[in-house]
Design a protein around this ligand. Structure first.
Ligand code: SF4
Ligand code: SF4
Length: 420
């Protein structure tokens, strides 16, 4: 057991507050087929049974969605406990192999998937965005998702042992740079693919609203949130420092991004690990909502029943819930329906990092969220996080639903009468 545990680390203080009422478990969307669940994990921390937790898959089955925290009568910060335990697991070499593969990529190649600069930036071809400026548009995870989606679909169909084997195989190939071919197998990336197309929508919407942005193209650094999620916190701090220096060198003062995870990383995590990040970070939705307040713009679609699914990171971690509703409310023809688990009480759809380690489990969560959203009988599901778009689409496939899942930037562009 690492010495910090014997010295009673701060997360143990957090665990001590828990009275074992199990409210957290009743709200946790992760099916956690193996024990311990979150309540038991906290009890085990109270009892000093750290080793057992570190060996358990349950530690990686948490989506860090924060739903449990909202229902805990004592406000126990479960995510602090989980991420601290993950840090200890990493220190003991217990990081699950899929996470080893992705974080190795971030540490050695700058991002979780081994894509070329051309693949990362091809979406911006023909948009003539300036290469430098104080206000930049940050593409973040989007270009990677056109590759991640087929990977995830395939992984979720594999048995656990085969998935583990695939991860080991990728790590072995990674040493020689041969994993790139496997990652590209079965992918369906051509210029103008879904997530890349949403980036074009975002930029066009911003332009229509009079917001000029630059784009750093191949110079755009990855935020590194995967390092934080999987407990490589020292590496995350070093990565954040490098990224911050790069932004400074390039004269960046403001970031606008539709990538919810990166917005969260820059807004909430960077200030925790570097003293002087000093860059204003805005989610695309915040900028659009603000602009629409004082600009007369005609927004219209055919009459459509829409259910909006709040992304956990946007709603619970960043408090952005009113803005997407205000925007949808301004679109003529958009008839908003609310699902019971919405706003602060939204339900995770299996994203947030666990999908790469436990894809089958993540798929169960995606399916459950898709079923819940479909109970409102929508004609369209709208969300504001590209990972949620991916998970909800996969969840709908599981229940044989052909209901459209639309990124909010695509909906707005459509309502402006344009297309990407
Ligand atoms: S953060 Fe979310 S997934 Fe993790 S234990 Fe809490 S409710 Fe469950
Ligand atoms: S809801 Fe809070 S107090 Fe109750 S078991 Fe969960 S963490 Fe403990």
């Amino acid at each position: 057991m690492p010495s910090e545990v014997k010295r009673d680390p701060p997360f143990a203080d957090e665990a001590r507050i828990c009275i074992q009422c199990a409210s957290c478990v009743s709200r946790c969307p992760s099916p956690l087929p193996r024990t311990p669940n979150i309540r038991k994990m906290i009890r085990m921390v109270q009892l000093g049974m750290i080793e057992e937790i570190l060996q358990s898959d349950s530690l990686w089955a948490c989506a860090l969605c924060l739903e449990c925290c909202g229902y805990c009568p004592l406000g126990v910060k479960t995510c602090v406990i989980v991420t601290s335990l993950r840090e200890m697991a990493v220190a003991q070499g217990l990081l699950p192999k899929p996470a080893v593969y992705f974080t190795n990529n971030t540490l050695r190649r700058g991002r979780p998937l081994p894509l070329t600069p051309e693949e990362m930036t091809s979406w911006a071809q023909g948009l003539d965005l300036p290469r430098a400026g104080e206000r930049i548009f940050y593409a973040g995870i989007y270009p990677m998702l056109d590759h991640a989606e087929p990977l995830l679909r395939t992984s979720s169909k594999l048995s656990e042992s085969r998935f583990r084997l695939l991860s080991r195989f990728l790590i072995a190939l990674q040493r020689f740079g041969l994993d790139k071919a496997v990652v590209r197998m079965g992918q369906r990336v051509k210029p103008g693919e879904e997530f890349r197309r949403s980036l074009i929508s975002s930029v066009k919407v911003l332009s229509r609203l009079g917001v000029d942005v630059a784009y750093l193209y191949e110079e755009e650094p990855w935020c590194g949130i995967d390092l934080h999620t999987y407990g490589l916190r020292d590496d995350f701090a070093k990565h954040a420092e490098k990224v911050s220096r790069k932004f400074q060198e390039l004269g960046v003062k403001e970031i606008i991004t539709p990538d919810t995870l990166s917005a969260f990383a820059f807004k909430n995590l960077y200030p925790q690990v570097i003293d002087s990040f000093g860059i204003e970070v805005k989610h695309f939705i915040e900028v659009v909502a603000e602009k629409l307040k004082d600009k007369k713009v005609s927004l219209k679609i055919d009459n459509t029943f829409i259910v909006y699914s709040d992304p956990c990171y946007l709603a619970r971690h960043m408090g952005v819930m009113a803005e997407p509703r205000e925007i949808i409310g301004k679109i003529k023809g958009a008839r908003l329906r609310e699902v019971e688990s919405s706003g602060l009480a939204t339900r995770c759809d299996g994203g947030g990092g666990m999908e790469l380690i436990l894809p089958k489990l993540a798929m169960e969560m995606a399916k459950a969220r898709a079923e819940e959203l479909m109970d409102t009988r929508p004609e369209m599901i709208v969300t504001a996080c590209p990972v949620c778009v991916m998970m909800l689409k996969l969840g709908l496939e599981e229940i044989d639903s052909h209901t459209e899942v639309v990124n909010i930037e695509d909906l707005i562009l459509r309502a402006l009468g344009d297309k990407a």
